[in-house]
Design a protein around this ligand. Structure first.
Ligand code: URP
Ligand code: ZN
Ligand code: ZN
Length: 490
């Protein structure tokens, strides 16, 4: 019997702390050797001329998430169109091998019924997965009995929304969740926008007949995000509970995070490719096309994008997730159908981006010289894995880690099309974007699941990833020997 089930040969292996030209020996789904010439292998994958990156870890994805408005007893149920099967194909096509997605809680219910349903859905896919538990109704039963139970099962993060009807929590309820998280050793992830402010501005815009998609951005300017970010952090400080601020879109909010970090608080910030490539101007496209770019917070201005890049370079924002949230433009529940008559507030929020995340960040970041390859590895794999308690099993190329790898051609030029995204959604907001750098093969736990864009994996082979407590993310640009590896600014 061969020593290795698979050897990945001759690639430039990106560790997040520099690269090394070596082979990767894989046995039973794990990396067992990193060395110059590994020979005794049942199969080999040639990585000559390519980078070998850790499989992407996308810690913010909405997949097959059943949503229900209002109160218990309300019958309408919508499931975001992406199933775990189609999301797996899309993720592998884009070089991502693990996701953390969201178990909903419907108001008036506990969390366990939805968890059981969601576990069944997730088990049908091919991606490895874990869950954030959304809390919309923090009753005593949920906080005292159900949260300890899900934590014991390896779900180590609670997600709260400070806006959205009917999901948003009052400050009082948010504090209750923080206290529960602290008792149970969970991270809290927070959608930071001010509910009352958005409600007020949306009402005024609609009353004035300003209903087009572009007014979504008018309904939630940066101050709305900054205020909620400040409050989320202040209350977390009060309770002494670590939080991650999701989808930071602007410098004002990132500066709140930077101040908290400078004071030693355990506050982390995530951003997404949409805040680096799309603008509020995209929502002003002719007809109803602007709805395709509508997500919350809204994409901002080109100047704001520059500021978000700077916050990534400084390390304030240390995770780049997709916030993949799949609603087609057409179809019964599509963005166009929902919003055209009723106005921008009826358009389903969110945009798809699971497959586009790595190519866009590589191209706009590494290829254009805004970030280093090490930064890229940490932002897309190592940091999310550490923060989500998935490391060292996920997010790094190291002996003992799962053999989740992406063979990456850093020079390949591709124009993004919806077909290349291989998702269930009828559009990509990145259509026509030219990128330099593209995944040519994806390996999940030692199995080649994508080669040259062709995804081949058995449905039902994705594994649930029970998580440990969060670990601090690795600081950007600082090598373990203490030298600052950041490129010179300017
Ligand atoms: O618009 C967005 N971001 N939709 C997904 C749900 C959320 O807020 O993360
Ligand atoms: Zn959100
Ligand atoms: Zn989201």
């Amino acid at each position: 019997m061969a020593e290795y089930d698979l050897v990945v040969r001759g690639g430039e292996v990106a560790t997040g702390f520099g690269t090394a030209r070596c082979d990767i020996g894989i046995r039973r789904g794990r990396i067992v050797a990193l060395a110059e010439r590994l020979t005794d292998a049942a199969a080999a994958l040639d990585a000559g001329g390519l980078l070998v990156l850790p499989g992407g870890v996308d810690s913010h994805c909405h997949i097959e998430e059943p949503a229900r408005g209002g109160t218990a007893g309300e019958p309408a149920v919508t499931v975001s169109e992406e199933s775990f099967l189609t999301a797996s194909t899309s993720a592998f096509a884009g070089g991502t091998t693990s996701v953390v997605c969201f178990v909903p809680q419907w108001k008036g219910e506990g969390i366990l019924p939805r968890l059981a349903d969601y576990e069944r859905r997730a088990a049908r896919g091919m991606l490895d997965y874990s869950f954030h538990q959304i809390i919309t109704d923090p009753t005593e039963a949920v906080l005292e009995r159900e949260v300890p139970e899900i934590v014991a099962r390896g779900i180590r993060s609670l997600k709260v929304f400070l806006t959205y009807e009917p999901l948003h929590l009052s400050d009082e309820d948010y504090i209750k969740v923080l206290v529960t998280a602290r008792r149970n050793g969970c991270l809290v992830t927070v959608h930071c926008e001010n509910y009352a402010a958005i409600k007020w501005r949306t009402g005024a815009l609609l009353a004035a007949g300003l209903t087009a998609p572009k007014y979504h951005a008018w309904s939630r300017p940066p101050v709305v995000e900054r205020e909620a970010t400040h409050r989320a952090i202040a209350l977390a400080e009060l309770v002494d509970q670590p939080i991650q601020v999701f989808h930071v879109s602007c410098a004002e909010a990132a500066e709140e995070i930077a101040r908290a970090q400078a004071r030693g608080l355990k506050v982390w910030g995530e951003t997404c490719p949409q805040y680096l490539t799309l603008t509020a101007g995209d929502m002003d496209r002719p007809g109803f096309a602007g709805a395709a770019f509508m997500c919350s917070p809204s994409p901002r201005s080109p100047e704001e994008q520059g500021r978000v890049w700077e916050m990534i370079r400084r390390g304030t924002l240390d995770v780049v997730s997709s916030d993949h949230c799949g609603f087609s433009m057409g179809g019964d529940r599509g963005k166009a159908v929902n919003g055209r008559d009723a106005g921008f507030d009826a358009i389903p929020n969110g945009i798809p981006g699971l497959a586009a995340r790595l190519p866009i960040l590589f191209s706009e970041g590494v290829s254009k010289g805004r970030i280093t390859l090490d930064d890229f590895v940490r932002l897309t794999a190592t940091n999310p894995a550490r923060l989500m308690g998935l490391a060292p099993r996920k997010g790094m190329i190291a002996v003992g880690a799962d053999a989740d790898l992406v063979l990456w051609d850093p020079r390949k030029k591709v124009t993004i099309t919806n077909a290349l995204m291989q998702h269930a959604i009828d559009y990509t907001p990145y259509e026509g974007l030219e990128v330099t750098g593209w995944p040519v093969a994806t390996v999940r736990r030692g199995e080649v699941v994508m080669r040259d864009g062709v995804v081949q994996a058995e449905p039902g082979t994705g594994r649930f990833l029970p998580r440990g407590p969060y670990a601090m993310v690795q600081p950007r640009g600082v090598l373990e020997n203490g030298f600052d590896a950041a490129p010179p600014r300017g």
